[in-house]
Design a protein around this ligand. Sequence first.
Ligand code: MSP
Length: 635
Amino acid sequence: MPERFTITTPIYYPNDRLHIGHAYTTVAADALARFHRLRGEDVFFVTGTDEHGQKIEDRAGKVGKTPIAYVDEIVADIRDLWQVLGISHDDFIRTTEPRHERVVQEVFRRLEAKGDLYLSQYEGWYCTPCESFWVEGKLVDGKCPSCGGPVARLNEESYFFRLSRYAEPLLKYIESNPEFIQPVSRRNEMVQFIRQGLEDLSVSRTSFSWGIPLPQDPRHIAYVWVDALTNYITACGYLQDEERFRRFWPADVHLVGKEIVRFHAVIWPAILLSLDLPLPKVVYGHGWLLLGEQKMSKSRGNVIDPRQLVQRYGRDAVRYYLLREVPFGADGNYTEDALILRTNVDLANDLGNLLSRTTAMLERFTGGTIPASGRSSLRQQAEETVGRVEERLARLQVSDAVAAVFDLVKRANKYIEEEAPWQLHRAGDPRLGDVLYDLAESLRVIAILLKPFLLDAPDAIFRQLGLGGAQDASLADAAWGGLPAGTQVQRGEPIFPRIETEREGEAAATKAPVKSAGNTLPANDEADMISIDEFQRLDLRVGTILEATPVKGADRLLQLTVDLGEPEPRTVVSGIAEYYRPDALAGTQIVLVANLQPAKIRGVISHGMILAGKTAQVLQIVSPREPLPPGTQIK
Ligand code: MSP
């Protein structure tokens, strides 16, 4: 029997459309689920919706709908969102389903049988957005300490769960299971919280009706958090399918946002202890996506719609950004610029170029046939990368795991520059086959390792390598050497076209000199000015000089071999021989007018012109202040 892996997301409130904060958790859980499937494990990945409670009842009332009609619509929208993002959950649980209502009622019976339930009076405060009870002393300036919103005074009859009884057992459990609450900072917070002593928890309400009635006293509605947390065991088959339940419970990971760790690491385990059920292995509280300084949240109205981003940039770009940008566990700022930059640099430039350069070189040098390989220089790093991804995901370091794959991408790109396959080709060097095999095989391994994170790119890479789709590839297939010699590559479209932004257009506009009265700078005549469109016809790109040699019979000229991120380097003839020694130029970055018509200069065809500034005394090549990937466009 394969190992099993159970992972959950919080079940979301269907009180409004979800935003990228929710997508963040769900995409991360999806990546982990996909990774464990890639390892051949029997995965159970569950998400769903938390549909009861005062918040939903109030919301529905406001728009004149019944609660169920209200949530039905939003739940349909949430399911659709998960489809748009390619979420691969095995179950979607709604707390309004009969299977769940039965379990919640039985849980209340069992808590009572255990002596953990008693009737009393609740007097204190309630935060409806958080569905949380607060004692006076915990309020901050009279507001909810969790969301900062207003709280309401409650004074009603309520059943209580003897949470106080479980403080000691919980502390012991946390101590002997250091993995239980992660990251460590959240564990420390929880330990401190429990050490202050736990008060019994009000677990029923009588002042509204949208929820599950207690079997022992149907005037009382189950507290929505007890209802919600129970979803995890309902989904695993508790009291419905004991065999399935034994297989999939306890969960390996409850992935949640940091604001609800308290519910998952204190209240939930106490309930499970009372029910004599095993506790989840890990509760991981990740950080927040912030917009400016603030948590993105529906009540603040500062939310970003993930669907729009997918429409604009594609699902892989959005998933990649969510998984890669913020170190998992920490808070991070969302900006669309960062999403665009990630896509352009990592996906379009590094990964996309690696694929297009590799397939182009294979087409040109071997007629598209994967050569047999003798010695490999990338094998070790590829193998280490597989290990690194496994190890980092085992510790739920999602962004670091993605980064490990992209380190291999970078290494392979560097390898192209180091080995200069075009030179090996020209020289008839037999190492060419090894180098090309290394590159294609690395791409195959990269595609497999990306399967948990990206959905379309791995398939596209496999197809371009001539391997059909990647859907059947498992982690075991990432072992080096799986690419058969003789496979025919099928070069295709760039897998991640660069995203051009309107802002780039604006930036270009600022390059036009501004005319103003008293301007001492030489002001251009209107007639001399060019339009932005004319400027944009210039294709200026960063290149790296690979080699510089004198041009025979021409004192002022050097012949440069320039890496422009294209499959083959360019030859450029440049009048800089009086200013630079040829042997000092290798590695220098330049800016090239890349779409200049080729010209024959002293018998050498020059494909472009490098930019330089010249005074009476000196000439300086224009270089980016910091290195940029070859091929980067200058705007
Ligand atoms: N219904 C409860 C959870 C019950 S679980 C038994 C709930 N729902 S929620 O709709 O408010 O979703 C909260 C969760 O959504 C967070 O814990 C987190 O996983 C995710 N996020 C919501 N906003 C977020 C950010 N701005 N950033 C990161 N994650 C965010 O709480």
